[in-house]
Write a protein that binds this ligand. Structure first.
Ligand code: UDP
Ligand code: MG
Length: 321
């Protein structure tokens, strides 16, 4: 019987948290009753520096004896870091990550567990349809997955961060030294046996999305620059094409100048290339700057998060830290 850990990153989730705890606890109870998991199974709630009552709720529920462990980060570090904090702190043979907002189908966890018992190290939760998302979110998501594939990164379509990882897979994750871990890209790189569980994605149970457009763009940019050097290569290609083009034009200019009566004096041919090339150069510098900035951040190797407090029902074999 494996022991199951469910990791839930929570940022300002006071509206949904009590319901999330209730549903996940009911699931643990049901799975334990059917002998699919053992008694050391826990829900790990990672409070990502919430400014509302999220942490108070976690403490309350822990005191009331729910099967939860609360992990409080010292401040908001973002979804991916909160997730990592939970994954690395969690005990258990199978570790499932799920969002706090109940958009992912809690009951799919049982199917994930079955795959795990059958020998899979990674089980991806994949959305069957995106009918509950806005047309905009759907469109940007499709575009994003297509772009990632084009740039040569292996990601699973319509899979967010709802997945099961075996103990072995989590330990392997620890070996990746990058500060900016993009889990959706890294997990497929682990390469262990994997499976897919499909589920229907619901509306957010309550509260608002914590991923406004700005954050979505930053996640996408992070994903591209973490997994692909294709943009850098495109710059070289653009430079090469422009140089070849300029050579051809030079030859033409030379030919024309042999017949002075056909030369038309004009500023367009002088001024336009200046602006055009200026634009291309700035764009290229910008792309290179993205990667240099990334190198800068990675070279500092700053810690991803600090755990301020841990409360709750730690598994029996756990020594309190
Ligand atoms: N989240 C987090 N830190 C943040 C932003 C979000 O831990 O800085 C959590 C949030 O509480 C939720 C999950 O990440 O459990 C996904 O966020 P959300 O549901 O708002 O994103 P969406 O489903 O709208 O993409
Ligand atoms: Mg959500």
């Amino acid at each position: 019987m494996p022991s199951l850990a469910i990791v839930v990153p929570c940022y300002n989730e006071q509206e949904v948290l009590p319901e999330t705890i209730k549903r996940l606890s009911a699931l643990l109870e049901r799975l334990a009753a059917t002998h699919k998991i053992d008694g050391n199974s826990r829900i790990y709630l990672v409070d990502d520096g919430s400014r509302d009552r999220t942490w108070l709720l976690v403490e309350d529920h822990a005191a009331q004896g729910w099967p939860i462990v609360g992990i409080k980060l010292s401040r908001n570090r973002g979804h991916q870091n909160a997730l990592l904090a939970g994954l690395f702190a969690a005990r258990g043979d199978a570790i499932v990550s799920i969002d706090a907002d109940l958009q992912d189908d809690v009951d799919a966890i049982e199917a994930m567990l079955d795959h795990h018992v059958a020998g899979c190290d990674v089980v991806y939760g994949v959305r069957r349809a995106r009918t509950t998302d806005t047309a905009f979110k759907r469109l940007t998501a499709v575009g994003f997955y297509r772009l990632m594939r084009l740039l040569g990164a292996k990601t699973i379509d319509n899979h967010a961060d709802f997945r099961l990882l075996s103990r072995r897979a989590v330990e392997s994750l620890k070996a990746f030294g990058e500060v900016n871990l993009y889990l959706r890209g890294i997990v497929p790189m682990l390469g262990y046996p994997s499976a897919i569980v499909e589920y229907d994605r619901a509306e957010r149970f309550a509260g608002e999305t914590k991923y406004p457009l700005r954050r979505m763009l930053s996640l996408a940019l992070n994903a591209v620059t973490s997994f692909s050097v294709v943009p850098l290569r495109l710059i070289s290609l653009l430079g090469l094409l422009l140089s070849l083009g300029t050579m051809a034009v030079s030859a033409w200019v030379l030919a024309v100048s042999l017949h002075p009566e056909r030369v038309v004096p004009g500023w367009a041919s002088t001024v336009l290339p200046i602006y055009f090339l200026g634009g291309v150069q700035l764009l290229s510098l910008g792309v290179i700057g993205e990667y240099v900035g990334k190198l800068y951040l990675e070279s500092k190797a700053r810690p991803r998060y600090f755990i301020e407090r841990i409360v709750g029902a730690l598994p029996a074999d756990e020594v309190t830290r």
